[in-house]
Write a protein that binds this ligand. Structure first.
Ligand code: ADP
Ligand code: MG
Length: 888
């Protein structure tokens, strides 16, 4: 029958709702994406609200709420006590009827006058009063306190406001009233206000729905998905403006003829299609058009004159809601219809009630589909299997009507089964929430100030970096000169390696690698078709590292013999290259006096001795007479050589692992510490010690000093302690401790573990800084350290890590810039193309270190084109290549 057909058209089966949800999600993604944002119907406006209250907010806060026909002003005093039982004072000022159609200036002057009256009668004597402005129109916001009105709606049409910053307009009007102590610090949409109103510390709401005359929603989105905002860390509240969903036709297949009539009669035909299906402003008229259609088909009101039904607005949503009420409903239906001059039968009343139910149910179900889209977006972007979330709700439809609530909740549950939403009804409108936003904004600004103050010394300017570069250059020159060598903190040790490989090296070699994380013995075969290696890792027990030199070298010989036995190499006399990554004064390729131990070694009777000789003596003691040590090689040199085998331009070696160091090919005529003027020699800079003579003191922060004090070599390797893997985690830990002390991090949470040295590993920086890593994962890393981080905490920890690793990369770049510029000058070139062979886990594993290093280097040394080549096992290969060059 006709009535069945009408009800069917108004009833959306689950599959259709599922489709609405999917399309809504698609529309939302379109709004979030940088490319499609401009054309999107669902605009997904960023609100610049990035944090929910944490209960520490305090002070006086003003709120101005611009409503349909009045201005509400509210004053609240937050006590920092978890925001329990805040004091609220408010007053409503009715707007003169014509003001919404007048000039913008008049509107804002009126608001400011209300504010003045309010402050006078409440005697608020602060010299600084932050104000939050609730402005329920869609705005293009670029900061919390900067928002251009896109277009008026809801009957407003004041001149000269569209396209202007409404915060500024309000602030100017306030200043005109000589209330300059009042500062507009936040502008927010009413939806956001609802979300904040319902949030408490224990139970933050991350989604809000408004189902009132209109409908809208907002939610905390992962900032990286809000592409029109630069910020990529943390979350930001997005105002969906979902009322416009369907304006591109996405809802056409579910629209009924009654919806089309309602749209045609509205002041904005074709627009806000979703809102016109959901918002209470329209439900009465949808019902009315359905009734007209039924009456026309003689399915209702037979014998009545139905012309009264043709007037827009005669059937109020309030009446619709009363009609669907179970007990009173039928009576209400009869009264309402009779008031319209109709003479309804019992059956008519029953049918009208069915139509009303269908329209309200559809509104709730569509709202649920929209909500399900949001929930599933959040769940996916946070990488969660299941999402538990609190949803703030406001608006008369939700508040006044149990059936609406039931449908909304159950349909949302069916459409997003992997999400658990708890609904939190809003008690007191958006005013209180706006106060919270304002207070949070204030707290964040204060915290930001503290954080910036603390991190400022770690943020190096271009001038700082140029100075480091110039100082490095100065120390290099001092170190190369025979006379001044002793005064330089950069030792510039000659290596007696005079050339890089040319790829023609052949043969079979033994190699040792001592001074990295592991001690290894290797056999390296340089053949026609590349390099083949086999190796074995051996442990050097601490008692041997820190025992006698004899014991250490005896142990090394034992390991070599074991290796030769295993590899069946006992019968051969292979030339051996020894990668020895400690500072040595080299007197020949196979003659190197140890200057000092580093990295935890302290074997006695070695410093000041020729290391190659010590190895040979141990071989004799052990009767291992077939050992032929031909070269001692620093790991930087090994790295350069191994990369040089593949790329002849590789004339620099760099290590950024446990420690940091570099070597490069210098002109013999500049090497004052070695006889001879011809050709080049590789110089092991030992740049980790750069600054040990005090020349970098201006760069060190209190955190660097604390880290240095707790090392086994305080005052030594100062440059290395700013850059390398052994120290970055420690620097971060000290900064975090300082932030805790300033009460801007891990507020009220225990963080004893942070007191333990080395608990914050440098590899954590690598993970935490991965671009786009969900904050949940940052939280889980911190949780493993027994640190219970909020999202704000996680964002801050990430910022600290980024600051420390960026500085490390930039300082490393400043050092390298000095090197490449010197090489360019040496060769009298206007442009130098050179390759750096690099090794070290920090360089290889950190997600941004290499990129920052390369960018900064290009900036500091624009006349050099520098290529970076990662070395594969440079220590082993390199030692063999040096040995090969030596025997040749
Ligand atoms: P070495 O310099 O001793 O030869 P590596 O180059 O392997 O050894 O560097 C080891 C250092 O790298 C460790 O001290 C550690 O701090 C750091 N490290 C280990 N894993 C990572 C990682 N994923 N990201 C950044 N640094 C790391
Ligand atoms: Mg190494």
């Amino acid at each position: 029958s006709q009535i069945q057909r009408v009800l069917l058209a108004l009833t959306l089966p689950l599959e259709v709702l599922q489709m609405v949800k999917d399309r809504m999600k698609e529309a939302m993604n379109k709004g979030l994406s940088r490319q499609t944002h401009a054309q999107a119907n669902v605009q997904m406006l960023p609100t610049y609200i990035c944090s929910t209250p944490n209960g520490t907010e305090n002070g006086n806060v003003l709120v101005v709420e611009l409503c349909q026909s009045h201005v509400r002003i509210l004053l609240t005093t937050l006590l920092g006590n978890g925001n329990n039982s805040p004091q609220l004072t408010d007053k409503i000022f009715d707007m003169p009827g014509d003001i919404t159609q007048g000039t913008g200036e008049a509107l804002f002057d009126f608001i400011a006058q209300c504010l003045r009256q309010f402050l006078e009668s409440n005697d608020v004597s602060n010299d600084y009063l932050p104000l939050g402005f609730v402005f329920p129109f869609s705005c293009k916001q670029t900061r919390l306190d900067k928002a251009e009105l896109i277009s008026w709606s809801k009957g407003f049409s004041c001149s000269d406001v569209e396209g202007k910053d409404v915060v500024q307009l309000l602030q100017s009007a306030i200043n005109k009233q000589e209330l300059s102590q009042v500062k507009v610090v936040a502008l927010l949409n009413d939806t956001v206000g609802t979300m904040m109103t319902c949030s408490t510390r224990e139970k933050p709401c991350e989604v809000a729905l408004i189902v009132d005359k209109g409908t809208n929603s907002c939610f905390m989105a992962e900032a990286q998905y809000v592409q029109i905002v630069e910020e990529t860390s943390g979350r930001m509240c997005v105002n969906t403006e979902w009322g416009c969903f369907g304006d591109d036709g996405a809802l056409n297949d579910i629209l009924t003829p009654y919806d089309q009539h309602v749209d045609q009669e509205s002041s904005n035909p074709g627009l806000k299609r979703f809102e016109k299906l959901v918002g209470s402003l329209y439900l009465g008229d949808i019902v009315r058009h359905a009734l007209i259609a039924l009456a026309t088909e003689k399915a209702l009101f037979i014998g009545s004159n139905v012309t009264a039904l043709e007037t827009k607005g005669v059937l109020k949503t309030q009446q619709v809601l009363e009609i669907i009420n179970n007990e009173e409903g039928m009576t209400k239906a009869r009264m309402t219809l009779e008031a319209l001059g109709l003479r309804p039968s019992e059956r008519d009343c029953c049918r009208v009630q069915q139509v009303c139910r269908a329209v309200v149910s559809r509104s709730a179900a569509l709202c649920a589909a929209g909500l399900a889209a949001i929930l599933s977006l959040i769940r996916q972007s946070r990488g969660l299997e299941r999402l538990m979330i609190n949803v703030a709700v406001d608006g008369e439809l939700y508040r006044a009507h149990a059936r609406f609530r039931e449908i909304l909740q159950s349909v949302a549950g069916l459409l997003a089964p992997e999400c658990m939403a708890s609904f939190v009804p809003s008690m007191d409108g958006s005013g209180w929430g706006a106060a919270m936003v304002t207070a949070v904004a204030l707290r964040m600004a204060q915290q930001r100030c503290e954080v910036d103050k603390l991190l400022a010394p770690l943020r190096l300017s271009r001038a700082d970096l140029e100075r480091v570069q110039a100082l490095m250059r100065q120390e290099m020159d001092l170190g190369l000169d025979q006379e001044t060598n002793a005064n330089s903190s950069v030792r510039m040790l000659p290596t007696y390696v005079r050339g890089t490989p040319d790829g023609s090296e052949r043969g079979e070699f033994l190699a040792l690698d001592l001074g990295g994380t592991n001690f290894r013995v290797l056999v390296v075969r340089l053949g026609e078709n590349g390099i083949h290696m086999a190796s074995e890792i051996y442990v050097i027990p601490t008692n041997i590292m820190q025992g006698t030199g004899e014991a250490l070298f005896d142990h090394i010989i034992d390991c070599i013999m074991d290796f030769q036995l295993k590899q069946d190499l006992m019968e051969q006399v292979l030339p051996l290259g020894f990668t020895f990554s400690f500072p040595c004064k080299q007197l020949g390729l196979d003659k190197a006096v140890l200057l000092s131990w580093t990295k935890g070694f302290s074997a006695s009777e070695c410093v000041g001795k020729d290391v190659v000789q010590l190895l040979r003596e141990a071989a004799q003691r052990k009767q291992h007479l077939a050992l032929k040590v031909v070269a001692l090689v620093n790991d930087t040199v090994g790295t350069m050589m191994s990369c040089g085998y593949d790329d002849p331009k590789c004339e620099i070696g760099l290590i950024v692992g446990t420690g940091t160091n570099a070597c490069y090919m210098e002109e013999m005529q500049n090497v004052g510490t070695v006889e001879g003027e011809q050709g080049r020699m590789c110089i092991n800079m030992e740049w980790g010690a750069f600054g040990d003579n005090g020349c970098l003191d201006h760069i060190f922060t209190e955190f660097d000093r604390m880290v240095d004090e707790k090392t086994i070599n305080p005052g030594k390797q100062r440059f290395e302690k700013l850059i390398s893997g052994m120290y970055l985690g420690e620097i971060v830990r000290h900064i975090l401790l300082a932030l805790v002390e300033k009460r801007v991090l891990f507020h009220d949470m225990p963080c004893f573990t942070l007191q333990s040295k080395d608990i914050f590993k440098t590899k954590f920086l690598s993970t935490i800084e991965i671009d786009g890593l969900a904050l949940k994962q940052v939280q889980s890393i911190l949780r493993d350290l027994d640190l219970h981080a909020t999202f704000d905490d996680s964002v801050l920890v990430r910022e600290v890590c980024q600051t420390v690793s960026l500085r490390a990369a930039q300082l490393c770049a400043a050092g390298l810039a000095a090197v490449v510029e010197k090489m360019r000058e040496n060769r009298g070139l206007s442009q130098l193309a050179v390759t750096v062979g690099v090794d070290g886990t920090l360089y290889k594993m950190h997600p941004c270190f290499s990129q920052h290093l390369q960018q900064t280097l290009q900036d500091l040394a624009p006349n050099c084109t520098v290529t970076f080549l990662q070395s594969e096992d440079g220590s082993g290969k390199g030692a063999a290549l040096v040995a090969a060059v030596a025997v040749r």
